[in-house]
Write a protein that binds this ligand. Structure first.
Ligand code: A59
Length: 248
């Protein structure tokens, strides 16, 4: 994907998001708003031009899967509709490379706000030189809003192209899923099994709703949907992998 026009931005944003994900939730004003088992979900209340854009950071620990497996199922379009419950339609607009795609997603309407869509590049990458010497493989999927000729945004009500339906407000998002595999080698030198694996997950998300939506509605959506999404997604990956050979 190094030759693609988006590559410099993909490289920069992915590196920024990796750094941001690694920052603890101790610093700054992160507010814990949901807990479920090992999952801790934090938010910061922020508004941009009167729009709620609360950054979200979740940390979770899932036994029995690797960081690669978690990132693979998050990145791949083939499984998305199995675990994403707020999507009405999903389309791969461009396959930039095996590890980079451009998605257009139409999300279900959240009354009383208008319906939204999201257009973003998605990039899967193994983090080569982690600072943590005993860290096993660290993998990241970064999703970041972009433009695309085949799905222009509607502008002041006029449609740029007749084929673009242009009836959805386009959100602006940056999302990162960073997963680290920890291996507890079996004492007796036996082969590693899924019982020896732990996946440490950090999920970061900032979604600008793109157009006005009541702060109370947005905050209620996020409070309800994010814990549901991360729980459903991680359980889905565990179930998909449990009877398959381990992939690092
Ligand atoms: C008024 C409602 C505005 C919000 C609409 C909306 C926009 C974007 C998104 C969204 C959320 C997660 C991603 S991702 O992590 O990249 C995975 C790939 O799908 C991409 C998009 C969702 C939702 C709406 C609901 C909602 C909000 C959180 C969590 C789950 N659903």
């Amino acid at each position: 994907a190094q030759s693609h026009v988006l590559w410099p931005e993909i490289d920069r944003i992915t590196a920024e998001q990796l750094h941001y994900a690694r920052q603890g939730v101790g610093e700054g004003v992160w507010e814990l708003f949901a807990e479920d088992g090992e999952m801790r979900m934090y938010k910061r209340e922020e508004e941009v031009n009167g729009l709620v854009v609360d950054p979200l950071k979740a940390v979770h620990t899932v036994k029995g899967v690797t960081g690669f497996e978690m990132c693979h199922y998050f990145f791949s379009p083939d499984y998305r509709l199995d675990w994403e419950t707020t999507i009405e339609q999903m389309k791969v607009l461009e396959k930039v490379s095996d590890d980079t795609m451009i998605f257009l997603q139409i999300h279900k309407r959240v009354w009383p706000a208008s319906q939204r869509d999201a257009l973003f590049w998605s990039h899967l990458r193994q983090v080569p030189d982690s600072r943590d010497p005993d860290a096993q493989n660290i993998w990241i999927v970064c999703n970041h809003s972009t433009e695309h000729h085949s799905a222009p945004e509607k502008s002041n009500g006029k449609y740029i192209r007749e084929k673009s339906n242009g009836k959805y407000i386009r959100v602006f998002l940056t999302v990162a899923l960073v997963c680290q595999t920890m291996i507890e080698p079996p004492k007796n030198g036996a082969q590693i099994t899924r019982d020896d694996l732990t996946c440490k997950i950090t999920y970061c998300s900032v979604v600008n709703p793109g157009g006005w939506a009541p702060a109370s509605v947005l905050r209620a959506v996020y409070k309800r949907e994010y814990p549901k999404f991360l729980k459903k997604f991680t359980h889905y990956v565990y179930d998909q992998c449990k009877n398959k050979p381990i992939r690092f």
